[in-house]
Design a protein around this ligand. Structure first.
Ligand SMILES: NC(=O)c1ccc[n+]([C@@H]2O[C@H](COP(=O)([O-])OP(=O)(O)OC[C@H]3O[C@@H](n4cnc5c(N)ncnc54)[C@H](OP(=O)(O)O)[C@@H]3O)[C@@H](O)[C@H]2O)c1
Length: 301
């Protein structure tokens, strides 16, 4: 089986490539190899390589900068997905598209189920929601597409909250972290394994969304604020001697954090459907954090 991965320099794509089963051929394309702005190149590469699956990990992921570059963000996060879906429809390939909790506004007050109505707030969320709409329009009912939503991705490398917090604990005395955004982290390692499980078990997911593309959620178990996570990173990082000191974390409110973008305040994803269909048992987020910190420590030895 041949799998094409976009955004291959990103944290999730790297974890997917690292955990690939031995019988899988991977075509991992970085932004340099395939810039999603280039529609003709997307078509050409898919037509020439004829992958069984495209895992679309590439995205403009900086939600702050997205507000300043709406046209570019829409091209990368939405329009390219339309082209990928159209081309895969003709080549009979499958799309596993990675989407985000930012397609919701966080005002539901309960965890979000896969088929809840989309209500994105900022440009990034709107671009991810539009991509989902295109996938449904083009691949709905064809059993060629799956949308996998996740939240708060962190991993042992790349640009993410875990790596940033470890650095800040080590270098700062005080750190301000928001305590009123609630959700859950997701480990790139665990999400990569879910991607492989989806590909292996595609037949279990057919027809779960009647003429539309199946949507699955994955994040770790439990619920937390960024403040709780920052505290836990300090505590576990110190215990594993990854940092030699822990900063004082000051809990602040979202309205006191300078930002151009409105973020969902409660964006916990309900993962019951994916747990049932794929026999998943997501670990608690604290356990996951400890596993990732152990991995970073191991990589440094
Ligand atoms: N990070 C999160 O918290 C989070 C949460 C929910 C969902 N997601 C989704 O999960 C997926 C993976 O996220 P991630 O955290 O692994 O992101 P990431 O580390 O930022 O990786 C994204 C990759 O896409 C590349 N990219 C950007 N513009 C591109 C373009 N025009 N053409 C081709 N590649 C381009 C980036 O390259 P450059 O860095 O060189 O621009 C980067 O290598 C994305 O779809 C994201 O929307 C992420």
């Amino acid at each position: 089986m041949k799998i094409l991965i976009t955004g291959a320099d990103g944290q999730l794509a790297k974890a997917i490539v690292k955990s690939k089963p031995s019988n899988i051929e991977i075509i991992a394309l970085t932004k340099n190899d395939l810039n999603l702005i280039d529609k003709n190149k997307i078509k050409k590469i898919i037509r020439e390589t004829r992958p069984d699956w495209v895992i679309n990990c590439a995205a403009f992921t900086n939600v702050e900068k997205a507000e300043e570059n709406p046209d570019l963000v829409m091209k990368i996060n939405s329009e390219s997905v339309k082209t990928i879906s159209d081309t895969l429809k003709s080549s009979k390939g499958n799309l596993l598209h990675i989407s985000s909790d930012f397609v919701f506004d966080g005002k539901k007050g309960k965890s979000y189920k896969p088929y809840d109505k989309l209500s994105p707030l900022g440009i990034y969320g709107k671009s991810k929601a539009k991509a989902e709409k295109y996938i449904n329009q083009i691949l709905g009912g064809l059993n060629q597409g799956i949308i996998l939503r996740t939240s708060w991705l962190i991993g042992p490398y790349g640009k993410n909250f875990l790596i940033k917090m470890l650095e800040l604990h080590q270098t700062k005395t005080n750190i301000n972290v928001v305590m009123d955004q609630i959700g859950c982290i997701t480990s790139t390692t665990n999400l990569a394994n879910v991607c492989w499980k989806i590909i292996k078990n595609k037949s279990r997911l057919l027809d779960i969304n009647n003429k539309k593309v199946p949507i699955l959620h994955y994040c770790e178990a439990g619920v937390s604020s960024w403040y709780d996570i920052a505290e836990a990173i300090g505590e576990i990082g110190l215990r594993y001697k990854l940092i030699s000191k822990k900063a004082k974390i000051n809990p602040i409110k979202t309205i006191d954090y300078p930002s151009k973008v409105e973020r969902p305040l409660f964006s916990l994803l309900d993962c019951e459907l994916s747990k049932r269909l794929l026999d998943l048992k997501p670990p608690n987020w604290r356990f996951t954090l400890e596993e990732l910190i152990k991995e970073i420590k191991q990589n440094k030895l």
